[in-house]
Design a protein around this ligand. Structure first.
Ligand code: FSX
Ligand code: F3S
Length: 313
């Protein structure tokens, strides 16, 4: 990477309030998230710098969801800022200035211009019953839009549990026949489940993909680097659970965090995700650290299988 390009990249980040030091902090978090050793932090930083020159085109589709997955990265100034400097978002309904016919035109133009080259990120579930008539944008059903655009992409990422497995919209009785992108189209996208997805995992997948590294998936289509272990496996409260006495060593991080929440109905033991290490809100915290049991949000059908979230005792 040329020095002036590098400088431009860091200047842009600086304007977004992300210092070089912050950048390296997130490269370290990403390195851990990707299961690499600390000695790889420099390589990860270089890869992101290179990406910032390539800026792969991304077409981001919204179907049935709450936009929480977009919010999770847009509201994290640091990680979100890095993502927005390393990809070129050609179409994204939440952040684009255009609306109506103009927005439709920009979608069409982006797909034609980058046909076979863009990464399609899908957020939200797709209605399949009654020819998909439960969900439409600009007169076309989600199903029609997905069938038209997804095959033209170089790769498809299902962002969030809704896009991966149907999520909330697919909860029983699911009259609209909502499904995840993979099931609705009969393809295998990269499923980044979670309600919402951790933005760091999106960055990790984009890095691996552009580096032409194989992305190993689990049985549910999730990258093993991020979903290879349960939340429980890496939970900072685990010590209490293992010792069975629910008391951490005085002064230890575990003791500060408090007791294991298993008895409170925490689903961390059956939920695969890297929340305890990747964390949310620019690596500030995650549900269990904030004192709430895991509700299993990255598992298929969690709205049906992990509920009720609360019960009167
Ligand atoms: Fe679903 Fe994401 Fe939950 Fe919301 O898009 S995974 S409802 S956080 O926004 O899709
Ligand atoms: Fe979801 Fe559990 Fe992580 S609720 S955000 S998988 S701790």
């Amino acid at each position: 990477m040329k020095t002036d390009q590098k400088k431009e990249f860091y200047d842009k980040l600086e304007k977004k309030g992300v210092s070089r030091r912050d950048f390296l902090k997130y490269c370290t978090a990403l390195t851990v998230t990707m299961g690499l050793s600390h000695s790889c932090v420099g390589q990860i930083a270089e890869r992101i710098e290179k990406l910032a020159v390539q800026r792969p085109p991304v077409v981001w589709l919204h179907f049935s969801e709450c936009t929480g997955c977009s919010e999770a990265f847009l509201r994290t100034p640091d990680v979100g800022g890095i993502i927005l400097e390393t990809i070129s978002v050609e179409y994204h309904e939440t952040i684009m200035a255009a609306s109506g016919h103009q927005a439709e035109k920009s979608l069409h133009d982006a797909v034609e211009k980058y046909k076979g080259k863009f990464v399609c990120v899908v957020e939200g579930a797709i209605a399949t019953s009654y020819n998909g008539s439960y969900g439409k944008v600009a007169g076309r059903t989600f199903l029609e839009i997905a069938r038209d655009i997804v095959p033209k992409a170089a790769a498809t990422i299902a962002m969030g549990t809704c896009a991966a497995y149907g999520g909330l919209a697919a909860a029983a009785p699911n009259p609209g026949g909502y499904k995840g992108v993979g099931d609705a189209l009969g393809i295998q996208p990269i499923n980044l489940s979670g309600c919402p997805t951790n933005p760091l995992n999106l960055l990790g997948v984009i890095l691996k993909y552009l580096n032409k590294e194989a992305i190993e998936l689990d049985d549910y289509g999730r990258p093993l680097f991020a979903y290879g272990e349960t939340v429980h496996d890496t939970c900072p409260r685990l010590k209490h659970y293992e010792e069975g006495n629910f008391v951490g060593e005085f002064g230890s991080r575990e003791a500060e965090l408090g007791y294991c929440l298993y008895e409170m109905g925490c689903k961390g033991t059956e939920t695969y995700n890297n929340c305890p290490t990747a964390k949310f809100n620019d690596a500030t915290s995650f549900p269990i650290q904030a004192g709430h049991p895991c509700i299993g949000c990255s598992e298929p059908n969690f709205w049906d299988s992990m509920t009720p979230f609360y019960e009167e005792s």
